[in-house]
Design a protein around this ligand. Sequence first.
Ligand code: OGA
Ligand code: NI
Length: 350
Amino acid sequence: MAIAKPLLSDLASTVNYVPSNYIRPSSDRPNFSEVQTSDGFIPLFDLQGLDGPDRFSLIQDIGKACQDYGFFQVKNHGISKKLIDEMLRVSKEFFHLPESERLKNYSEDPMKTTRLSTSFNVKTEKASNWRDFLRLHCHPLEDYIQEWPSNPPSFRDVAGEYCRHTRGLALRLLEAISESLGLQREYINGALGKHGQHMAINYYPPCPQPELTYGLPGHKDPNVITILLQDDVPGLQVLQNGNWVAVKPIPYTFTVNIGDQLQVISNDRYKSVLHRAVVNSMEERISIPTFYCPSPDAVMGPAPPLADHHLHPPIYSNFTYSEYYKHFWNRGLATESCLDIFKKQETYHA
Ligand code: OGA
Ligand code: NI
């Protein structure tokens, strides 16, 4: 009897159809013919501008993108092409290791700080997603790097270096975003406790029937901001005005999106936006989101200057990031906001 393979990558290459547990109900499929492909619909910012006389106007543009799209892209972000290439290379090598080697890292427990897994949360979800992923906690790096895979041999060095750089980029972006909200430059930095940083390396194998399933269904990210690196294979789609729009990868740029915690801090001025990943029948795809987040003990709530009780009453009660985070993983990916249970109960309309 064949032994069930926990990882999709080891199953995908053996089937020419999508197994039934991956098939979505017909009302919840990618519907490719209705997806818009408009190049350049997400603003692309040159971050060199943050260090010069145009800082103020760039920050205003970033703020407008946060408000209007919840997404923007960045270039001249200070992370070298070489490091980006190496990060994509070790990631691909990892997923091409023999199954027995990869399985050493396998776990279905979302609270584990280093793990390889599949789909989203196999313990709670109804339909499976066409994805395997390696998820790593990355900050403070010294606390976690020893847990990371040691194969490929350069994995820890490259991914460690990559994490240090993406953390630097996240901190610069959070300063700019704080200012764009009219807050002190250091406000968000100070609101995240000891800070946290997670990284996923998503591996989407080719899929024989991509119209029946998702790599990741529509969801909003749980963290503060996400800095996404993708290879050159399209797959990311963002919901804009009720339509799904495909984001074409631009080499060596990052796609940044607002997560639920920034929605809370900004008291809904900036919204965490629905996005999803679709798969294709031709090529494997790798995407590497860096999830910049509060530390588990950090108390999240609207920034007081954005929650005056007259015009903008606070929409959320205070909660710890660990409360929210457990709820996020247990609930499963859903299009409804995960924030609803943290909303204040009162209604404000007199
Ligand atoms: C995610 C995500 C998008 C992608 O991992 O949260 O949205 O393109 N990924 O893989
Ligand atoms: Ni996401």
